[in-house]
Design a protein around this ligand. Structure first.
Ligand code: TYM
Length: 339
């Protein structure tokens, strides 16, 4: 990760949708990784509120959750002195670039997106155009900042791919307008699975609350959920990532590895010969002890609305300034009069 001091720092962009409970999956797959990247990269992290309205939201809830997400970013260790933090809708350049890029993205490309297929089957009464063009808005988020790296969970890699395709197409027509970004995955935790159906991703929109750990759950609830996580009847602690019958244990090993900076294989060795009960107890303790200080910080920060407002206001100013440079370039290239 070390960089030459004479070169400008590479830029990172990422974000989470404030659309529900922020889960252990969001933390291990994304936010925890961001914290460790802050010193070596110029980081921009946003609360992606524009994306959330592709599914119906309760307005007051959305406002509340957006602010809570900002407080959680900071509580997890994102330092507003080092990184830019802002609310996506506060920078109009995102929606503006998305319009332009909509005209450079093909229906066929969007139809192939697994998230669209999945969300349109879950929200069959509201298959709106925003849901369909969601990846174009996400591409705009990334490309506006001439981003080098996008640290995300595995489920977002298809979105990064389409972002690269659209950027390359645009550059092919108009010259080097956009930097071509790359996705960045963590070694352990890039895909944390559901605790009740461990072949499915842990998701904040899962209707069964036992399937996910919310960063806001009571500590005894977290421990209970882990202790009752679905495993298997084999009774052997072994990491076998290709074996679906082992999905529950694989997931707990991965969570433990992500928590302790280890690998699932090493964790499996450490617990070799022990029962599932003992192992689950240790995973529960590790998760609770990692979340405890985050929650203490969160409880303190969320009360300070003036502080949070000052962070997102200055963050938006910075984001707007950077984004305008790209947007102006794009407008000029496509033939709009910009001055
Ligand atoms: P979202 O809000 O669904 O998730 C936020 C981040 O958490 C990761 N993640 C997971 N990682 C590991 N295991 C899991 N079970 C898990 N669940 C979620 C996601 O991969 C993501 O990194 N489309 C994005 C938000 C977005 C964005 C962007 C991200 C909008 N514009 C630009 C990066 C750059 C999303 O819905 O993430």
């Amino acid at each position: 990760m070390e960089q030459n001091l004479t070169e400008p720092k590479k830029r990172i962009f990422s974000g989470v949708q404030p659309s529900g409970n922020i889960t252990l999956g969001n933390y291990l797959g994304a936010i925890k990784n961001w914290v460790s990247l802050q010193d070596d990269y110029e980081c921009i992290f946003a609360m992606m509120d524009l994306h959330t309205i592709t599914v119906r939201q309760t307005p007051a809830e959305l406002r509340k959750r957006t602010l809570e997400l900002l407080a959680l970013y900071i509580a997890c260790g994102i330092d507003p002195q080092k990184s830019t933090l802002f609310i996506q809708s506060h920078n109009s350049a995102h929606a503006e670039l998305a319009w332009v890029l909509n005209c450079y993205t093909y229906m066929g490309e969007l139809q192939r997106m697994t998230q669209f297929k999945d969300k349109s089957s879950r929200h069959a009464d509201n298959i709106n155009a925003g849901l369909f063009t969601y990846p174009v808005l996400m591409a705009s988020d990334i490309l506006l900042y001439q981003t080098d790296l996008v640290p995300v969970g595995k489920d977002q890699m298809q979105h990064i791919e389409i972002c690269r395709d659209v950027a390359q197409r645009f550059n092919g027509l108009y010259g080097d307008v956009f930097k071509i970004p790359e996705g960045l995955l963590v070694k352990s935790g890039a895909k944390v699975m559901s605790l009740t159906e461990p072949t499915k991703k842990m998701s904040k929109s899962d209707p069964n609350p036992k399937a996910f750990i919310s960063m806001m759950d009571d500590f005894n609830v977290i421990a209970k959920k882990i202790k009752s996580a679905v495993t298997d009847s084999e009774g052997v602690i072994e990491f076998r990532p290709e074996d679906d019958a082992k999905a529950g244990i694989n997931n707990l090993l991965t969570i433990m590895a992500a928590m302790t900076g280890s690998t699932p294989e090493t964790v499996a060795k450490d617990f070799e010969g022990q029962g599932y009960g003992t192992f689950k107890g240790a995973v529960a303790d590790a998760v609770v002890e990692a979340i405890r200080p985050i929650r203490e910080e969160y409880d303190r920060i969320i009360k300070d609305k003036a502080y949070l407002q000052s962070i997102y206001t200055s963050g938006a100013e910075n984001a707007y300034r950077i984004a305008q440079r790209t947007l102006k370039k794009v407008y000029k290239k496509v033939g709009f009069i910009i001055e």
